[in-house]
Design a protein around this ligand. Structure first.
Ligand code: URA
Length: 271
């Protein structure tokens, strides 16, 4: 038996997925709107205890149609595992579409059309459910959270909030420089350990015992976790939730690269 995520069946999520903003709200100059919106990952049935905010979907997410599935998602899933959370979470990104170029995210995170639609998701996920804590990974996710906190529903919320470094920030800032990568990773993991200490008393142990072992100074293979099949659409190959990188943008020109995602079946999944 292979579990799957049934998708956007119930309201208000079905309506949100019918009525999403397109290129009139997300300028194609700054967002890869042609790959379609990617909405969420995790529980939409009120059973989430923690809400995680990411930034924008990448190539793995464009294919899997769920957010935080690639390297960043595996690091986030490992973070949840340390809290003893295996199912009781839900995730949304600051943006529905992949950001194109360097500054697109900064320029648009507070755009009224983008923020108001995102706030409808946050209203739906935080109203009436069991979410006790919210984690924003990265400054754009933090900006998205603060925009919601300024709404009446946000002002009324007393949920525990933690802002942490985005899981692939060390990769982004180091640009292949090993020493910079090691330093950025060490700083991020020290901060994540502080985050775990705040979150554990509030939401820790929701599905499994809290892992008492903090992160070390480097991220190990054991600090990653696979994406549960129950988070992915029916029929998606299980290896798409695995730890091996399987999607990449390829192309000899910027336009071709924007138009192409190469999917490679990992060696261990080939017949
Ligand atoms: N990084 C994010 O913040 N979100 C995703 O969906 C993928 C990578």
């Amino acid at each position: 038996m292979v579990d799957f995520d049934a998708g956007y069946v119930d309201e208000p999520f079905a309506g949100l997925c019918r009525d999403y903003p397109g290129a009139a709200v997300y300028p194609p100059h700054d967002f890869r709107v042609e790959w379609g919106p990617v909405f969420h990952r995790g529980r939409l049935d009120g059973r989430a205890r923690i809400l995680l905010l990411g930034q924008d979907p990448g190539p793995h997410e464009a294919i899997a149609r769920r957010i935080l599935v690639g390297e960043a998602g595996q690091r986030v899933q490992g973070f949840l595992a340390k809290l003893g959370i295996q199912r009781s979470y839900v995730m949304v990104n600051a943006f529905l579409y992949s950001v194109y170029g360097q500054q697109g995210g900064e320029h648009h995170v507070a755009d009224p059309g983008i923020a108001s639609y995102r706030n409808r998701w946050l209203d739906a996920l935080l109203a009436g459910g069991d979410v006790g804590a919210v984690v924003a990974f990265g400054h754009l996710a933090d900006a998205a959270w603060r925009a919601w906190r300024d709404t009446p529903a946000g002002e009324a919320s007393s949920v525990t909030y933690v802002h942490l470094t985005h899981p692939t920030q060390p990769d982004a800032v180091s640009r292949g420089d090993q020493a910079r990568f090691a330093a950025a990773m060490k700083a991020m993991l020290a901060e994540w350990n502080q985050g775990l200490a705040v979150l554990a008393p509030v939401v820790g142990g929701a599905d499994a015992p809290v892992d008492p072992e903090p992160y070390g100074t480097t991220l190990t293979a054991a600090d990653h976790a696979t994406i549960p099949a129950g988070d992915l659409p029916a029929g998606l190959p299980v290896w798409m939730g695995g730890l091996t990188t399987w999607a990449d943008r390829t192309g000899t020109t910027a336009a071709l690269k924007r138009a192409t995602i190469a999917v490679t079946v990992p060696p261990e999944a080939r017949p």
